[in-house]
Design a protein around this ligand. Sequence first.
Ligand code: MG
Ligand code: MG
Length: 249
Amino acid sequence: MAIMLKTAAEIEKMRRSGQMLSQVHAAVRDVVKPGATTWDLEVVAAKKTAELGATPAFKGYNGFPCVLCTSVNDEVVHGIPSADRVLRDGDIVSIDCGLVVDGYYSDCAVTYAVGQLAPETRKLLTTTEASLARAIEAVKPGATLGDIGAAVQEIVEADGFSVVREFVGHGIGTRMHEDPQVPNYGQRGKGTKLREGMVLAIEPMVNVGKPDVQVLEDGWTAVTQDGSLSAHFEHTVAVTRDGALILTA
Ligand code: MG
Ligand code: MG
């Protein structure tokens, strides 16, 4: 499939989608605390999405049952909200959400601290978020997908963590997943060149231990094979003449 370049008008629509998504995230963030269940987060996200008049992008996607993916501790991505999953002090929870607004998708993920974190856990969140920031800084016309991957990989591995290989970022537009794939590892100067009008979901997934993941029997929840903690940060960004424009800020 060819990479779909977006016009300025399309990027504006995607920004509207992304801004609504930020509001959903803000509503969810307010209820992340010890004692809350991941289902509590789902209820808040569903209500906010409906209030905004947006359509959840994940619910029904290949049969996924919920508005949010809620991935706790060693869960990497695609955790399913549950009334049985109670957040405890010292946990981390990755909230991934997507919306469709006026036909255009947005996709954004944040990992939150639940209460007080151990220092290494705090470091995992700081490093993963910083790796996304570095990747976004690398975005400009003429840069490559390898520049994005290398930016993530360098900071993550320098801090002694590892980059998940099995899941990658992606182009996004009138579909949630478009070409190209956007790996969180790579070599500077290699891979597809970025062009003005590309819109990418950049989403480093970072493990404390080894990079390997496995999917649980529910068919969705991906966990680290070694049981180590994992974090996930994601923004939808447009490639503009001046560099990256974050649509989900
Ligand atoms: Mg996502
Ligand atoms: Mg994504």
